[in-house]
Design a protein around this ligand. Structure first.
Ligand SMILES: Cc1cc2nc3c(=O)[nH]c(=O)nc-3n(C[C@H](O)[C@H](O)[C@H](O)COP(=O)(O)O)c2cc1C
Length: 334
């Protein structure tokens, strides 16, 4: 049947759209998560965002010891995006466990705890302390911070190291383990496959891209250290390409991250194969960006008669690029 012969989609009520998704054993009420480092520990936003309206809150990456982060300046605005060199400033394991997690539990948030370390041993320490916590729904392992001297994106870009480390981490928790990957690798399919082989339940693709902003007057960087991580709408096409590549290389779910501002952005990632998405930099512009993205996704799907996210997931096809546009509709209305 040609595209023109397909019947027009029949809209359904927005309330009928089922946005639930599954990451390993964890069911999320919708596929929209906050991106680590852009929503604090979640509790700081509870006065503006009902945390239960989100699929989940990915908390700021926590390390074994507290970290004060890099010297300023730590953010610089760029065309359609921003560079940051925060350097994993965080409260450390003890305060995260004793102060932050109980607050998030009271707020009934689905918590995905982001953990970071310079070695596999540090990550094991974090999981040993948090792995059985009833308030953590899943763990996202930050294998991709571009702004730290040790244990950052370059260190973790080695597929063999990723696989061995995940095998070790797997022993410490039954909760889903999500591996967050750097886009700055030759082939993200290799790092994604290594994570899957090591026992990861999902991949997050991607963290920020390494970028540089030159201050010509000072002949130096606009950041306190030379480079930073680029995020925001500027990276969306790059992130989409990495996400699509990762999703086509593994069977486990891929969570898209990079430049998502609207429901349509999020749905582009889902169409390209993502199971869920993260909203990051957009929250700095609009604190309620993530719940708005949920509402916009729901409306877009309802207008096209798509009752389930699965009706759209992976529908993007590279070979369809040159065909005339067809209305997207549920399988049943085609
Ligand atoms: C200020 C800032 C801090 C971030 N901190 C973290 C972090 O602690 N851990 C992490 O995994 N990603 C961190 N990220 C990366 C985001 O989680 C996200 O993957 C990235 O910014 C791309 O998404 P976006 O374009 O929607 O922001 C940070 C990003 C920004 C802008």
């Amino acid at each position: 049947m040609s595209h023109s012969e397909r019947s027009a989609p029949r809209p359904i009520a927005a309330g009928r759209v089922d946005l639930r998704v599954r990451i390993g054993t964890l069911e999320l009420r919708n596929p929209v998560l906050t991106a680590s480092g852009t929503f604090g520990y979640g509790d700081e936003y509870a006065h503006v965002v009902d945390l239960t309206s989100l699929g989940g809150v990915v908390t700021k990456t926590v390390t074994v010891e507290p970290r004060s982060g890099n010297a300023p300046a730590r953010v610089a605005e760029t065309a359609s995006g921003m560079l940051n060199s925060i350097g994993l400033e965080n409260v450390g394991l003890a305060r995260f466990r004793d102060e932050k997690l109980p607050r998030l539990a009271k707020l009934r948030a689905t918590v995905i705890a982001s953990i970071g370390g310079e070695t596999a041993e540090e990550l094991e320490t974090l999981l040993a302390a948090l792995g059985a916590s009833g308030s953590v729904g899943a763990f996202e392992v930050n294998f991709s911070c571009p702004n730290v001297a040790a244990g950052g994106a370059r260190y973790w870009a080695d597929p063999a190291r990723l696989e061995q480390t995940l095998r070790r981490l797997r022993r410490h928790t039954a909760r889903p383990l999500i591996a967050k990957l750097s886009p700055d690798v030759t082939d993200i399919r290799e790092t994604a496959r290594a994570c899957e082989a090591g026992g990861a339940d999902a991949i997050t693709a991607v963290n920020t891209f390494v970028g540089l902003a030159v201050d010509l007057d000072r002949m130096g960087s606009r950041l306190g250290r030379a480079t930073g991580g680029l995020s925001g709408p500027a990276i969306k096409p790059l992130a989409l390409a990495r996400c699509h590549e990762a999703a086509s290389a593994v069977r486990i779910p891929v969570i898209g991250s990079g430049g998502i501002v609207t429901g349509r952005d999020a749905l582009e990632f889902i169409a390209a194969g993502a199971t869920a998405v993260q909203v990051g930099t957009a929250t700095f512009v609009e604190p309620g960006a993530a719940p708005r993205v949920v509402a916009e996704m729901r409306e877009w799907l309802a207008a096209r008669g798509l009752a389930r996210l699965d009706d759209l997931r992976g529908r993007f096809s590279a070979t369809a690029a040159q065909e005339p546009a067809a209305p997207v509709a549920a399988e049943s209305t085609r």
